[in-house]
Design a protein around this ligand. Sequence first.
Ligand code: CP
Ligand code: NVA
Length: 304
Amino acid sequence: MNHLLKLSDLTTEEITELLNLADQLKYEKKNGIEHHLLKGKTLGMIFQKSSTRTRVSFEAGMYQLGGNALFLSSRDLQIGRGEPVQDTARVLSRYLDGIMIRTFEQAEVEALAEYGSIPVINGLTDYCHPCQVLADLMTIREYKHSFKGLKLCYIGDGNNMANSLIVGGIKMGMSVAIACPESYKPDAEIMKWASENGDFLCTTDILQAAKDADAVYTDVWASMGQEQEFEARCAVFKGYQINDSVMASAKPDAIVLHCLPAHREEEITTKVFEAHANEIFDEAENRLHAQKAVMVKLMSDKKS
Ligand code: CP
Ligand code: NVA
């Protein structure tokens, strides 16, 4: 594993190894055991979109590992004025030990990896959000102890989160059910792959998707970059909400996950959100431990 560009590039064994390392780093952090595995290393973090969790978990994580993180807003970089990503990749590779990038096009992340000579980590594109799903899988395993026989349900937009959850869920052997409006389905190739490689359902029926689910997930109706579509999307997505009826269809001990930020009374009711706040904020915390595992795996000299 040289980069983290999308989850489909990783084997089930590689994902398991990252989750095990994340669990270990979490345990050690809670017990005051420090690891300066990235001493003297610098991570550049390019952001073309806003972020709270991704920025802070990578920056704090890098600090905890003995390294340094640079916040590089595209507003200030020459990339924001049109310098090609191919050149940016070759320049940054001369200064840094790794790059994390949050942007629109998946192709930009792939180009950064192709032209650079250091590990590239995808911190979210319109296509996928692999770092988030590593934290999600970590949280599911924490609460349910294993993935065996579990059903993961996602309700909402067939967006970057849906794409990565399908891949991560199927790779870890869960059954995955997505409920979304007909014109907002996840990526067609990902759905085809999921149907051929596991137990996968895509439906417009939220109660069917949620039936007997062990984990119920949602995300915003309008993602970053789609703000101008917000009102039209609210009309289409009305009803694609985690609420009491959805939770009654899921297993009684189902957990609720949300990548955050959440829009209460849109994709999730305040009542369900607050009843499951422990899980949701454990999931947010796990971004830190999962990100540290990814950086150690990709950037440490001692990587296996
Ligand atoms: N979930 C997530 O990626 O959050 P941020 O947009 O705050 O980074
Ligand atoms: N789908 C959301 C995820 C945010 C973490 C977005 O892209 O804005």
